[in-house]
Design a protein around this ligand. Sequence first.
Ligand SMILES: Cc1cc2nc3c(=O)[nH]c(=O)nc-3n(C[C@H](O)[C@H](O)[C@H](O)COP(=O)(O)OP(=O)(O)OC[C@H]3O[C@@H](n4cnc5c(N)ncnc54)[C@H](O)[C@@H]3O)c2cc1C
Length: 396
Amino acid sequence: MTALRTQVAIIGAGPAGMFLAHMLRQAGIDAVVIERRDRAYVEGRVRAGVLEQVTVDLMHRLGLADRLVREGLVHDGTKLALDGEPFRIDLAGLTGGATVTVYGQQEVMRDLFDAAEAAGLTTVWNAADVTLDGMDGPCPVVSWRDAGGARSLTCDYVVGCDGFHGVSRHAIPAGILRTFERAYPFGWLGILADVPPADHELIYANHERGFALASMRSATRSRYYIQCGLDGDIAAWPDDRFWDELCLRLGPDAGGRVIRGASFEKTIAPLRSFVAEPMRWGRLFLAGDAAHIVPPTGAKGMNLAVSDVTMLGDALAEHYRDGSSAGIDGYSRRALARVWKAERFSWWFTSVTHRFPTMDGFDRRIQMAELEYIRSSPAAQRVLAENYVGLPLEVA
Ligand SMILES: Cc1cc2nc3c(=O)[nH]c(=O)nc-3n(C[C@H](O)[C@H](O)[C@H](O)COP(=O)(O)OP(=O)(O)OC[C@H]3O[C@@H](n4cnc5c(N)ncnc54)[C@H](O)[C@@H]3O)c2cc1C
């Protein structure tokens, strides 16, 4: 057994773990990232693609924004469509200039990993059987096995950034951890194709056959989704069937502008809302998907992971610099205040845009009335816009 020592052990090298590692390095705090998979696997996962200003700001602050500035697509509006009739939400006009930036999670991870290698951040890849001990005592220990054998890492604090299926959350005793969950009775069938997008902005479409989203990763790469059943079989969705259904749900305007091509990625993802409280127990903190999941409607998942670690990184920096525990003691409360507001928005946006199997005529007309109200009311549009671009960090 090789025994190691650091100040902060970070479990998981996804967005939460790597952003935090860079923040701690900038603050002169020693950290080790322990990841179950290898870099290629983590970087290759096709996931989020819309960055809030909070995420863009952190990339600038860490000196990681060169490619983002060159290649990211800044969007000052987004579109909704009801039964094929689109209308625009002027994000910047309604929020005093706020925008979102389209830049794929894969690109974010590449920037984080390249900079980590250049800066010599310590990352352990392919760490198996990660276990956490002593989180409620003065000397927490993280253990794992890798190619070199069994390891144990003693530290001051552990941050669980290991996603929804990780081990960290389970280190909090059942009598202390509370979880809140909503599983949705449908999923998203998503494809990537190297064709120009149908529109220069995202289109969230409510159609009586189900939800559709027209999104993109660049001016030449499109990301499209349609709502599908949970028992959906990808083999039942050859490209032609997907394109036909997408165009139908987007309506004649946007659907007529869809350029078809061979998909090179096709997956079905379930939708879930989930929150675990508290986000700190003893010397263990949780951040990102380890503590909460949102349905992807509204693109909050990765941005929430980033807002968590922005708060936590600053609190740990203050702690090591000044000896103050105020920031780390308040972390769970501050993070959860923002998390719940994003949970609410993601749940609401999912509720008004998707077809639920139990929906009857009344439910459908209420949904249509809500979208018509948003179409006609600047006040309703403003509420949507300020949530969509991301709430400020301090929302307690
Ligand atoms: C299919 C899919 C599509 C998505 N689409 C969107 C979208 O369009 N928009 C959006 O905003 N969000 C989307 N998300 C959510 C977004 O990708 C996540 O919110 C984001 O990745 C969270 O980052 P994280 O670092 O907290 O967790 P993760 O990205 O899950 O990273 C956790 C890391 O921990 C590692 N790990 C897990 N267990 C262990 C262990 N025991 N030991 C060590 N390491 C471990 C994992 O390998 C992983 O690298 C999507 C998610 C999925 C699954």
